[in-house]
Design a protein. Structure first.
Length: 397
């Protein structure tokens, strides 16, 4: 039984809209049977995505490994005769390991081929035919060897290649905060990598926090290396908070950065996701909350007409408002990081500067939100998708 390859964008959209993926998962399991072979590698890869979406991450990675042992190359066809053949260089891992290009090219004239690489998955003897290649591997400790290997290959790549691996390597929290620390119009809290033992010394008040963080004082932000979406993230008001935190966090190394209070005058925190495509900024979303740690899904956007109205205004006024206010900051970020495609989570600091929390190439940029509640989202996101297609077309010339 062949169910066809769904891929990340289709499956995540179904889950996002409340569709129970269990029946499809069971169908995929049945299609694989007891002895998987190359003909059902796509079913296994889809099944691994469903397991990730359901929170069964260890099993998902195991199933993904089975799929990739059978087959490294997967293709999502264009809506029609493909005008652009895009090759994504990928790394095995969870749903945040790679740039989710599928959302950017979904239902378009772009054929997307995914090539998974790792020490156990070397380059195939022949590359898939493509017009443009894109390094989709996200910055993370575990991806460093692959990105370094790709850096050598990028210099002799036979087709245009976007998002240089050398530049993706700059996106770690500590290096990006160093690169942007004196950028015009930018405030980016410094992030330092701290070994567990040193953090324990701070937690036990043996060391002041400023010993490792540029004379900083509490409160500070602590998170494990390579964590995203608030996982393992705390604001520590005092050493005792770090002590309690470490009792539940087994990781050997963490990021430490100063906390910046970015509340607006009305007491709400506002966080923006902005996409830079060839240096041009586009709004992806904004979220409002009375809590400092905002993510779109915990910001209550679905429940609040007021918040959605403000997000709609943000998007409608973006080109003449936010993008103009921060044009020097956005330009300097593009110039210093040099990536053709970059996603940034940010806010506006009290002094008017652009407060940057994170720069990334693998954050999700999507149009999954229900049209009845978010009618303004589809037109805005199609601006992003059109700009991404134009980037690919320009690279081909």
């Amino acid at each position: 039984m062949n169910t066809g390859f769904h891929g990340l964008a289709a499956l995540m959209t179904m889950a996002f809209r409340g569709i129970d993926l269990t029946p499809l998962g069971n169908q995929l399991i049945a299609s694989v049977g007891s002895y998987p072979d190359v003909s059902n590698a796509e079913a296994l890869l889809d099944l691994s995505i469903i397991l990730h979406l359901k929170g069964s991450h260890d099993i998902a990675l195991s199933v993904q490994q089975q799929a990739l042992q059978l087959k490294q190359i997967y293709t999502l066809p264009a809506r029609e005769q493909p005008a652009i053949r895009l090759l994504a260089l990928m790394i095995p891992g969870d749903l945040s390991a790679n740039t989710p290009l599928e959302f950017l090219v979904q239902d378009s004239d772009i054929e997307l081929t995914l090539l998974y690489l790792s020490p156990e998955l070397p380059f195939p003897p022949t590359l898939p035919d493509h017009d443009v290649a894109f390094v989709a591997v996200g910055e993370a400790d575990r991806s460093l060897p692959l990105l370094r290997a790709l850096s050598d290959l990028a210099r002799v790549w036979p087709r245009p290649l976007l998002n240089s691996p050398e530049r993706i390597l700059r996106l770690s929290r500590n290096e990006s905060s160093d690169l942007l620390s004196d950028a015009p119009g930018v405030t980016m809290p410094k992030a330092v990598r701290v070994k567990r033992g040193d953090l324990e010394r701070i937690a036990c008040a043996e060391w002041p926090v400023g010993t490792v963080l540029d004379q900083a004082e509490f409160p500070v932000i602590v998170r494990p290396i390579d964590s995203h979406a608030g996982k393992g993230l705390i604001k520590a008001e005092a050493p005792r908070d770090i002590l309690a935190y470490l009792s539940s966090q087994p990781e050997p190394e963490f990021y430490l950065s100063p906390f910046v209070d970015y509340r607006s005058a009305d007491g709400l925190f506002r966080k923006y996701r902005v996409v830079l495509i060839d240096g041009c900024p586009y709004a992806s979303h904004m979220a409002l909350s009375d809590h400092w740690m905002i993510h779109y899904l915990n910001g209550g956007m679905t429940e609040s007409d007021m918040k959605r109205r403000e997000e709609a205004r943000f998007m409608a006024d973006f080109d003449q408002g936010f993008a103009v206010r921060h044009q020097h900051a956005l330009r300097s970020i593009h110039e210093r990081l040099g990536l053709e495609y970059l996603v940034m989570d940010c806010a506006e600091a009290k002094d008017g500067k652009l407060l940057v929390f994170e720069v990334d190439s693998s954050a999700v940029v999507h149009a999954m939100d229900p049209v009845d509640l978010f009618p303004y989202k589809q037109p805005q996101m199609h601006k992003v998708f059109t700009a991404f297609r134009a980037l690919l077309a320009q690279a081909m010339r």
